[in-house]
Design a protein around this ligand. Structure first.
Ligand code: ATP
Ligand code: 5RP
Length: 315
């Protein structure tokens, strides 16, 4: 069996890593995806972190060495016995087996922190929503699913600020795609705009022909060696379908995946849908299935390291 294709999704807590990944797993099929959440590699539980005054964003608060070993095993197609962190009450639990599959989706706060970690990923995505949006997302999520009060989440966010700047933000320089959802036209979370910086470290789908057709304000702008794709949150259903069809047409070898829906997310416990999220997920999906096709034919996905570590221009 060809080796698994490894997707890394990095961003601060509440930035949307699980939301992006969940849709991809639905489309690829649960049975074909091994999912690794790097939160499981926290060195200390919630109570110990509080007593020690350390935040989960600090590299010392995580077994990054073990995470690295496990990623390399999984990438070679070997199972691992991984630690388990339970977000419902902030405790460490008994370890669990994770078996490799066609794709490995890794969500993490610090998965691009070292060169060895970075090079274990075929596709690297960094999520960078504006702070006010992320804080709102985290408060709602932590209060509904992680047993926190609003005051506790806000205090915790303040405590983490320095580590977020020191350790989370610098990782964006190593991503192939940097995604920023913004509430510029409306606060409705189903209609957020999305900016996707397509860095030249990967060969992205050629989206230029799309822009010859009117896709309702979708724009592709050059940013140095990179391209910025701007997706307005208020596209009509027909415009979205046209745009999605154009990307699907560029991955005809994955047409069997086409029927499933992308773009779903939750607010608290209610299920919603976002077209801009669906389009972002489709672009990531393009990279996963393209890399898979390359590996299946005995090759290795091509990566240009020219821009790795070079801070991208601001959007
Ligand atoms: N693209 C999006 N559009 C609308 N809402 C979003 C989007 N991404 C995330 N959210 C909201 O933010 C919440 C938190 O997102 P999510 O759980 O995916 O973040 P995360 O990065 O996985 O967090 P953590 O690292 O803390 O586990 C979601 O439950 C959802 O309400
Ligand atoms: O930054 C986070 C990523 O999910 C979490 O806050 C961290 O993993 C600790 O979890 P919890 O707040 O549930 O104790």
């Amino acid at each position: 069996m060809p080796r698994p294709i490894v997707l890394g999704v990095v961003g601060d807590s509440g930035a949307g890593k699980t939301t992006l990944t969940r849709g991809l797993i639905r489309v690829l099929g649960d049975e074909h995806v091994a999912r690794l959440n790097a939160d499981d590699y926290h060195r200390y539980d919630r109570r110990m972190r509080r007593e020690m005054g350390i935040t989960p964003l600090h590299p010392e608060c995580n077994h990054l060495d073990i995470l690295t070993q496990h990623l390399l095993h999984l990438r070679r197609g070997e199972p691992v016995l991984k630690p388990v962190y339970d977000h419902r009450d902030g405790t460490l639990r008994a370890p669990a087996y994770l078996r490799p599959a066609r794709f490995l989706c890794v969500e993490g706060l610090l998965s691009f922190h070292t060169e060895t970690l970075r090079s274990a990923h075929d596709v690297r995505v960094f999520l960078a929503p504006p702070e006010d949006l992320r804080r709102g997302w985290k408060v709602t999520r932590d209060c509904t699913r992680r047993q926190y009060t609003t005051d506790e989440v806000l205090r915790e966010l303040d405590r983490r600020e320095a580590d977020a700047i020191a350790y989370i933000a610098p990782q964006r320089a190593y991503a192939d795609l940097i995604v920023t959802f913004t509430a510029s036209r409306t606060d409705d979370p189903s209609h957020l705009d999305a900016d996707v910086l397509l860095r030249d470290s990967l060969e992205h789908p050629d989206l230029t022909p799309l822009l010859e057709v009117d896709h309702g304000g979708v724009a592709l702008v050059r940013r140095g060696r990179d391209l910025l794709l701007r997706i307005p949150g208020d596209l009509t259903a027909a415009q979205v379908t046209g745009l999605e069809e154009s990307v699907w047409d560029r991955m005809s070898f994955a047409s069997h995946l086409r029927a499933r829906r992308l773009g779903e997310f939750t607010v608290g416990t209610s299920l919603r849908r976002s077209n801009s999220l669906a389009i972002v997920q489709l672009i990531v999906l393009y990279h996963l299935v393209t890399a898979r096709a390359t590996v299946a034919l005995g090759g290795d996905p091509v990566r240009s390291e020219w821009s790795a570590g070079v801070a991208p221009e601001p959007t």
